[in-house]
Design a protein. Sequence first.
Length: 48
Amino acid sequence: PDVPKTRSGKIMRRILRSIVKGEEITQDTSTLEDASVVAVIEEIVKQA
């Protein structure tokens, strides 16, 4: 899968960190280029 990026192409590391730690995502996700990537990564982490 792709990584969560802003529309300007920056990787949103805080969101990745929250997913890996199992925390709820409280950051603003409105600037994500493709918000569906977050759900895909969450599923992969749950399976690991």
